[in-house]
Design a binder for this molecule. Sequence first.
Ligand code: SAM
Length: 493
Amino acid sequence: MIRRLVESCRRHDRSLSDCREAIFAYELDDHSAAAARGSILAELTNLGIPPALATRLAEAWVRTADYLIDAPALPPVDFVIGNPPYIRLEDIPPQTAAIYRSMYSTMVGRADLYVAFFEAALGQLAPNGVCAFICADRWMLNQYGIELRRLVTSGYSVEAVVEMHNAAPFLTEVSAYPAVTILRRARQGPAVVASLDRPAEGPNGRMASALRSTREGKKTSLPTGLKATRLQGWFSGAEPWPCSSPERLSLLQDLESRFEPLESEKSGTRVGIGVATGADKIFITKNGDVAEASRILPLAMASDIADGELRWSGHYLVNPWEEEGLIKLQDYPRLRLYLEQNAEVLGKRHVARKNPVAWYRTIDRVNLPLCKQLKLYIADIKDRLNPVLDRGETYPHHNLYFIQSDVWDLEVLGGLLLSDIGQFFVESYGVRMRGGYLRFQAQYLRKIRTPQPADISRAQAKELTRAFRKRDRNAASEIALDIYGVKGLSEGA
Ligand SMILES: C[S@@+](CC[C@H](N)C(=O)[O-])C[C@H]1O[C@@H](n2cnc3c(N)ncnc32)[C@H](O)[C@@H]1O
């Protein structure tokens, strides 16, 4: 930046002393700020600037201050470039954390401090201004990034994301999933998503020009270790941005453009989660005699589907709901006795305190017809999607997702979800935590793209059913790839 500024002053015959406000650099730490001023001084002197002016400029440009506090009052700028700190909010003094949270509305949940740096930088950009950060990319996928994603998609354009988890861009080892992210205050245009698996080689600027060409849709040879893909547009709203692998992202976009989400207004398929009670010890029992038979529902728990088949463990849900709403206790003397014996615990729950008349309700209402409907169950996803069929025998507990459909033969759908394509969606939308755990939620299950049932031939449906029953992932994958018109899936994301 300094070199360019000096060169520009020379070209336009301006004095560098006019440029005191051309750069605002922030560093909280005294030593680091002094080191930065030292580098500036050395660079300016090297460029032939007299030491007195060089010292004044270094002093003016580098401020030992808190960027997050100052940013809202700084003038609009054309470029923000930075390597913001990664600090969990828990590791910041509570008072400071509260100030940051009150200033930066994207700092939600367990947001890391870098989220606030993005918001501060974006807020500072003049129209068409650009923010380039090297920073963790976890916010693109996870829950705490939700408001930052919404902010970006509402008024900025994502120009480039270069994932470099394996490129070791820092001198010290940092386990923080680094990426270079380039955002512009402009309407969204094409974007480039790239991944670099080793330190960049070749002349300065080669990487940047390869990325720029890719974004412009020009054919270009990429430097070794760089993979890049051009996207027509970007994601919308607050949805996750699964961009850690360019090839997989372009496949995802292709599938998203050719197939419909599993659940949409007109898909005839519903994804949901089982019942939360607020007091499992009372509402879940193995003793089916605690209430009238009509008030007792067989309940499926996550452990009941662990081996790929529903093996009901004998748990029941004590059900205080009928189709019209909460039951009247006087209509069910046994249930009433049982609930009244537990009234103290039940009454302490948040739902009960909010509405004392309904003190015996479960948190979620029970959707009675669901019990008798065929459905697929999916437990929290550890490694793979593992759908299991329930033939209308049980009601799901809250750690089970269910898929119920008016249009699908659920064993055919189960085969598709069991396949590598199902897994591909899980890996694209979910967040892989250390240890291979994928946090997957109903909202992502709904987004899984599927063909229309009518587009699957009878022979393919038969094969998928067979693969589903036998838990044969390879067979399921072979047919699924054929149905989706996909040649193969590369590993990893
Ligand atoms: C990841 S380091 C980057 C250091 C240096 N800029 C570089 O790129 O090598 C993040 C730096 O941000 C500084 N920092 C942390 N909180 C800050 C804040 N609120 N305002 C300004 N600087 C801050 C830290 O002292 C640390 O030096």
